[in-house]
Design a protein around this ligand. Sequence first.
Ligand SMILES: NC(=O)c1ccc[n+]([C@@H]2O[C@H](COP(=O)([O-])OP(=O)(O)OC[C@H]3O[C@@H](n4cnc5c(N)ncnc54)[C@H](O)[C@@H]3O)[C@@H](O)[C@H]2O)c1
Length: 437
Amino acid sequence: MPAHLRSLVEKFRSRSAKVGVLGLGYVGLPLALRFAEAGLPTLGFDIDPEKVLTLQRGETYIKTIAPERIAAARGKGMDATTDTARAAEMDALVICVPTPLTEARAPDLSFVIATIEALLPQLHAGQLVSLESTTYPGTTAEELAPRIAARGLTLGEDLFLVYSPEREDPGNTRFDTRTIPKLVSGTTPACLEAGVALYEQAVDRVVPVSSTRAAEMAKLLENIHRAVNIGLVNEMKIVADRMGIDIHEVVRAAATKPFGFTPYYPGPGLGGHCIPIDPFYLAWKARKYGVEARFVELAGEVNRAMPEWVVGKIEHALAERDTEIKGSRILVLGLAYKKNVDDVRETPAAEILELLQSRGAKVDYSDPHVPRFPRMRAHHFELESVPLDAKTLGRYDCVVLVTDHDAFDYALISNHAQILVDTRGRYDDPAPNIVRA
Ligand SMILES: NC(=O)c1ccc[n+]([C@@H]2O[C@H](COP(=O)([O-])OP(=O)(O)OC[C@H]3O[C@@H](n4cnc5c(N)ncnc54)[C@H](O)[C@@H]3O)[C@@H](O)[C@H]2O)c1
């Protein structure tokens, strides 16, 4: 066993290795907390000084992570910094930075590249670097490995390069960072061995994968699987709607089959940092190999059309009551992209609000988790969450349920909304004011 590998594995197993987590967002923060809770000295790095200061005060900026957890991790020695130079002190460096799309739906690796470029001067023999960001097959081998090798460090001997995709699901109460099995792959067999030794300290089950490309693609397959099945059920929703059938009843009925069927639920469109974005990382790379990822493109097309379809249903429901969308007052319930979280990235609610406004509607929203419409790249509204009560609900020509947070009072909503457009199948029983969309 190479000397550097032996000493690194020993440090991981004795939990004395210093772990640096770069990018303290929805993925990096829970991961850093997990390493700290497992007893490894952990330092979080972020370019956002606000996040670093918040953590240093023992406070939180992610609703699903309690401040007590941060304070407890700080008690175990976890700290945060904006100073990349401190990467030199670390034994393991784990990269959890964003991987968005460009306007043309091509991969935007600028955060990953900026991070590795910032790390390069700090790298030295005896360290492990792990990329966790979701990305196309080949990123670790084509973008990270050559840059590290050009620093004169031999991968698998001096420095150990790993790809281990994150599977964080914020708000999930059944699984957490420790109990979600973790795929780990390495640039060489020694890199894999080092990676497994690191992650075994923090997660219950580590699953080795033979190459970084396979692990990168496995993560994309997981998300494409969701995107395609959601696209399928959204298409089925449109067909069922034309036929006067309730798609939610159909899915519930089909889901009683104990094998060979997994239920996916239709909705107002995709949201979050993963499902609307990641599939296009594969489609883009596949094109470089002369292959069209047709399911990916088709699912994207169907899912992207959902906000427009929902707005069409709103327009139709208003017209049935001799009301035009122009000048009508419409309240959108739920701004976050999924229930019980405060994350609004890529949320279809913003697009629905925009489509409604562009047709002349006066829009508002209500979301107990998002008190004020946040700054977003593609959308801008000067709005604050409207508190829900009977009088307020009754003032709107139409109320649209976009995100079915548990905190909403569903009886209050259906009792007082003039028209209630339900995009989540929350209301099973037909009522004259309820429209499924
Ligand atoms: N959010 C999820 O549920 C989820 C789940 C699985 C995988 N992922 C993947 O994980 C990656 C990170 O996603 P996220 O949701 O945590 O993003 P995020 O935007 O919540 O957090 C990223 C953090 O990285 C920081 N950052 C950017 N550049 C940096 C740099 N050079 N050095 C240090 N910090 C830097 C940002 O300030 C931010 O705090 C993405 O590739 C994403 O696709 C996300």
